[in-house]
Design a protein around this ligand. Structure first.
Ligand SMILES: NC(=O)C1=CN([C@@H]2O[C@H](COP(=O)(O)OP(=O)(O)OC[C@H]3O[C@@H](n4cnc5c(N)ncnc54)[C@H](O)[C@@H]3O)[C@@H](O)[C@H]2O)C=CC1
Ligand SMILES: O=C(O)C1=N[C@H](C(=O)O)C[C@H](O)C1
Length: 250
């Protein structure tokens, strides 16, 4: 059987360099291109890439996807910065490139995906909930894409259960002291040397709390998810948001 021809964009970065190793180590894949920020995008077409893995930066990812979709190259995207407006633009690009697939995964870690699912399930049972994400200090964005998605899923579950706004009697606070409000859920971002990627979801109700915590201790934790995405995206046209769609969780 012929191997999948895979390219990595952001190949010299923290995640990209790990992805290069993972693709090189996969028996069913061939790494045909590894692009840094200086490399022209037509390296992808020249190399005959079938799937591009984007692990770049929020300000670079849209241009990369435009090129990929214009050339029928499937994409697996770990890069963060996804707003509803950007997703709408992407849907338009996909409509003009039928048969091409894009997976956007806020987090490739299986444990992180399960954290989001468990938080979504727990949301309707608790009056209070806050999300704390903790990352290395070189991270460009806050809150993390994972934390934003987690809060959004919790917000949707609370609305579906007709829960009122959370109790919070705080009337005076320094700017930022109560975190960012994402869909009614306070989200707090910690940046600390020594950390990789971590998240806690804290639920509270009368007389009890529930904490769901996930720790990525090494970027190798993301690689099974990246490889799964690369294998599945060519047979999944259109936009897939979240690795959970490839995990048969239900
Ligand atoms: N979905 C997930 O599971 C994960 C997602 N991420 C996300 O992945 C992205 C990258 O994270 P890191 O590797 O930590 O960042 P990084 O800063 O170490 O790496 C980004 C690399 O992309 C390069 N780059 C920038 N523009 C480019 C372009 N147009 N073409 C090719 N390369 C380009 C940069 O020069 C840099 O080497 C971030 O958005 C981060 O939040 C990070 C970890 C896990
Ligand atoms: O920048 C990182 O490191 C990570 N980014 C992703 C995010 O923003 O959610 C995934 C993971 O948290 C690591």
């Amino acid at each position: 059987m012929s191997k999948l021809r895979v390219a990595v964009l952001g190949a010299k970065g923290r995640m990209g360099s790990e992805a290069v190793r993972a693709v090189e180590g996969a028996d069913d894949m061939e790494l045909v291109a590894a692009l840094g920020s200086e490399d022209p995008r037509n390296t992808l077409t020249d190399a005959g890439a079938q799937v591009a893995v984007d692990l770049t930066r929020p300000d670079a990812v849209m241009g990369n996807l435009e090129f990929c979709l214009a050339n029928g190259i499937h994409a697996v995207v770990g890069t963060t910065g996804w707003t509803e407006e950007r997703l709408e633009t992407l849907r338009g690009l996909l409509a003009a490139s039928p048969g091409t697939g894009v997976l956007i995964a806020p987090n490739f870690g299986i444990g992180a995906v399960l954290t989001m699912r468990f938080a979504q399930q727990a949301a309707r049972f608790f009056e209070s909930v806050e999300v704390v994400e903790l990352h290395h200090p070189n991270k460009a964005d806050a809150p993390s894409g994972t934390a934003a998605r987690t809060a959004q899923l919790i917000g949707e579950a609370r609305r579906a259960a007709d829960l009122p706004a959370q109790p919070d009697a705080t009337t005076t606070a320094l700017d930022g002291a109560r975190g960012a409000d994402v869909d009614g859920v306070p989200v707090h971002a910690v940046r600390l040397r020594g950390l990789v990627a971590h998240q806690e979801v804290l639920f509270g109700d009368e007389g009890e709390t529930l904490t769901i915590r996930h720790d990525s201790l090494h970027r190798s934790s993301f690689m099974p998810g990246v490889l799964l995405g690369v294998r599945r995206v060519p047979e999944t046209p259109g936009l897939t948001f979240g690795l959970e769609n490839f995990l048969d969780l239900d």
